[in-house]
Design a protein around this ligand. Structure first.
Ligand SMILES: Nc1ncnc2c1ncn2[C@@H]1O[C@H](COP(=O)(O)OP(=O)(O)OP(=O)(O)O)[C@@H](O)[C@H]1O
Length: 176
């Protein structure tokens, strides 16, 4: 049984997954698994898609790559998808949400082209990731958090820190 929880932080590109994961990792000692980085660095892909301007992810290879680490516990899994991670791996799913005008500015600043920008905005407005999370995991472990401002990041990270502490207390009580 894990003695540290695994948390998935998901949401549309630009909502703040990396910002939240980095802060949470440094305050809790949990390990930040940036799936974007792992896909690229460990070659968990079938090449580059010019159309989507991203790697075509080989999900089986990715899961094989991270399985031992994640099963051990204590990972913050940061990615813009969540339904591929087995339920048994995951203790909490945080779906970050951002106001569409704020997200538009963030993606524009990143140099996203109009089509990709619009696609991501539509996805945020249609709450695609929230639905994906709700369909893939038990509803009590899925939490939707707002990420419009830096104060939101601070508040969300504090909330997740408290959650980690109480998860650990519960587990240590359970283990006697
Ligand atoms: N709540 C927030 N308040 C202010 N700025 C934010 C907030 N969240 C993210 N940002 C800013 O938006 C940009 C994108 O953030 P970040 O890289 O954390 O998003 P992401 O969800 O990890 O994106 P990707 O899926 O592409 O990796 C960064 O410049 C970050 O500083």
């Amino acid at each position: 049984m894990r003695t540290n929880p695994n948390i998935v932080i998901t949401g549309t590109p630009g909502v703040g997954k990396t910002s939240h994961s980095t802060l949470l990792a440094s305050s809790t000692g949990l390990k930040h698994l940036s799936i974007n980085q792992i896909v690229k660095e460990r070659g968990c892909h079938e090449g580059w898609s010019d159309e989507y301007q991203s790697w075509i992810v080989d999900e089986d290879k990715l899961l094989d790559e991270i399985e031992d680490e994640v099963k051990h516990g204590g990972c913050i899994i940061d990615w813009h998808a969540c339904d591929l991670f087995p339920k048994s791996w995951v203790d909490l799913v945080v779906v970050l949400r951002t106001d569409s005008t704020i997200l538009y500015d963030r993606l524009l600043e990143r140099g996203y082209k109009e089509e990709k920008l619009q696609e991501n905005l539509d996805s945020e407005i249609m709450q695609v990731l929230l639905e994906e999370a709700r369909e893939s995991y038990d509803e009590e472990i899925v939490v939707e958090l707002r990420s419009d401002t830096t104060e939101d990041i601070e508040g969300n990270v504090e909330r997740m820190e408290r959650w980690v502490e109480s998860w650990k207390e519960e587990i240590s009580g359970y283990n006697g």
